[in-house]
Design a protein around this ligand. Structure first.
Ligand SMILES: Cc1ncc(COP(=O)(O)O)c(C=O)c1O
Length: 459
């Protein structure tokens, strides 16, 4: 949980002054929703903003404040907000019907686009979210191998379902996790990616491991980065021991490259979980991968081979609205260099923020992959040259602590005062519709925010 900003801070006072209508709504919401929110990431002190509308790279709150948005629908909007292709696709489909309770052509077109883009996608099964995609990936791996254990990595996020909702940044504990059966916890090994040799030893010595699941570019969408070598080691060890390798590409899919991290790195996992950009801004997910594994969902194959079929329902799997939006987005990803444009904006943001950090003599650094950027806030005071920063030269542990810098909550608020909305972990997800003028404005907003933090002696 982020630290609370000091209540007597002038930044907090200015935030309150600009957002009275958000405060009014949040006070009402506290009588409706636990904590007044519907997703843990909206937990923000003194209270979150309420957004009224969004277009392109911008959004406006209910008090009329404008923000350049780098939260990007939690990473689902590579074409920005209310893109014409999204509006057309969804409006057209709404007029034709939103749910046929039947097979439809759009699901086929959508699935074929996924097969065309994602190297591991021999077969595709749509779900309603990334959480569900991971749940099914893990169940498939257990059914396929006949083994029970899952290896997951400390701090990696795979959604909120029972098999992965502990050992992450959000729920670090691995014992006494409220509401999760001990039997499930006991079947999950939370491994430390900072110790690759120990990870390999576990994979080589335990014959009951069904699957390894990872965020390929590192925990929290790459905030705690991982090198390609780590994934190569996992691919080798899992292949050697008949363990199913699952890439959780809910964030990296269709973002770090059109074919995700697996295409960028040339490493093909056995199963891949997808969501976010997959459904072009509507709810949706998918588990994709080897035919022989997804065959466990197939009535004919399981009957012919004497397996017990894995049941899978889901009212909104590949519903026509999500399929229409997904096709609109993935067509642009496949044909229009969308990922490349977003990645160029991400690189530009990192370069410009690092120049600001150097000029303002703040020992922080911006880093990231493609269109995703994070700020290394260096709580341990390590030697950092922002303009020559290479995350590979720093230990994973340093990145784990970076989000805990006491200035982080104030920095986020200070940037909002300057018209920029980042994600809570001080990350910026660029889209293909952020322009270079937006990036330059965001760099100046960072300079302004740093100066206010210095004035408040928070830096
Ligand atoms: C890497 C990763 N996996 C899984 C999920 C869960 O996806 P969803 O929120 O669609 O359930 C997320 C969500 O942010 C994610 O970042």
């Amino acid at each position: 949980m982020p630290a609370a900003p000091p209540t007597n801070s002038p930044i907090v006072a200015a935030y309150r002054q600009r957002t009275p209508e958000s405060l009014r709504l949040w006070q009402q919401a506290r009588n409706v929703f636990p904590g007044g929110i519907v997703h843990d990431s909206r937990h923000m002190l003194p209270y979150p903003i309420y957004v009224a509308r969004a277009e392109g790279p911008r959004k406006w709150d209910v008090d009329g404040n404008e923000y350049i948005d780098y939260y990007g629908g939690h990473g689902s909007l590579i074409l920005g907000h209310a893109h014409p292709s999204f509006k057309d696709a969804v409006a057209r489909q709404a007029a034709l019907g939103s749910h046929f309770a039947a097979c439809h052509e759009l699901e086929l077109e959508w699935g074929r686009l996924v097969q065309r883009l994602v190297p591991s996608a021999e077969r595709v099964r749509f779900t309603a979210s990334g959480t569900e995609a991971n749940l099914m990936a893990i169940r498939l791996a257990r059914a396929f191998t006949g083994r029970s254990k899952l290896v997951r990595f400390k701090n990696h996020f795979h959604g909120w379902q029972d098999h992965v909702a502990f050992g992450s940044k959000h729920q670090a504990a691995t014992d006494n996790v409220p509401g999760i059966l001990k039997g499930i916890i006991d079947a999950v090994i939370v491994a430390d990616p900072a110790k690759p040799e120990a990870v390999r030893a576990v994979l080589e010595s335990d014959p009951d491991i069904a699957a390894v699941i990872m965020e390929p570019t590192g925990a929290s969408s790459g905030q705690i980065p991982l090198a390609r070598d780590f994934a190569v080691m996992l691919r080798d060890a899992t292949a050697k021991h008949g363990i199913v390798l699952i890439f959780d590409e809910v964030v990296t899919g269709f973002r770090v490259s059109p074919g995700g991290a697996q295409a960028m790195w040339g490493i093909t996992p056995d199963l891949t979980s997808l969501a976010k950009i997959l459904a072009g801004g509507m709810p949706g997910g998918a588990v994709v991968g080897r035919k022989d594994i997804l065959d466990h969902l197939d009535f004919g194959e399981t009957a012919a081979r004497g397996f017990v079929k894995i049941p899978h329902q889901g009212t909104f799997n590949a519903n026509p609205m999500a399929a229409a939006a997904g096709i609109a987005a993935l067509t642009r990803v496949a044909e229009d260099e969308i990922c490349e444009t977003a990645a160029a904006r991400g690189a530009s943001l990192r370069r410009q923020w690092n120049r600001v950090f150097a000029e303002e003599k703040v020992p922080w650094a911006a880093y990231g992959v493609a269109s995703t950027t994070y700020v290394f806030t260096n709580p341990e005071g390590l030697d950092v040259d922002p303009e020559a920063f290479d995350p590979a030269c720093y230990p994973i542990g340093a990145f784990e602590k970076a989000a805990d810098h006491p200035a982080v909550p104030l920095l986020r608020l200070a940037l909002m005062l300057r018209g920029v909305d980042l994600s809570g972990k001080i990350g910026a997800i660029a889209s293909a519709v952020h322009g270079e003028d937006d990036i330059a404005a965001t760099a100046e907003a960072m300079r302004g925010a740093i100066r206010i933090l210095k004035d408040e002696s928070a830096l």
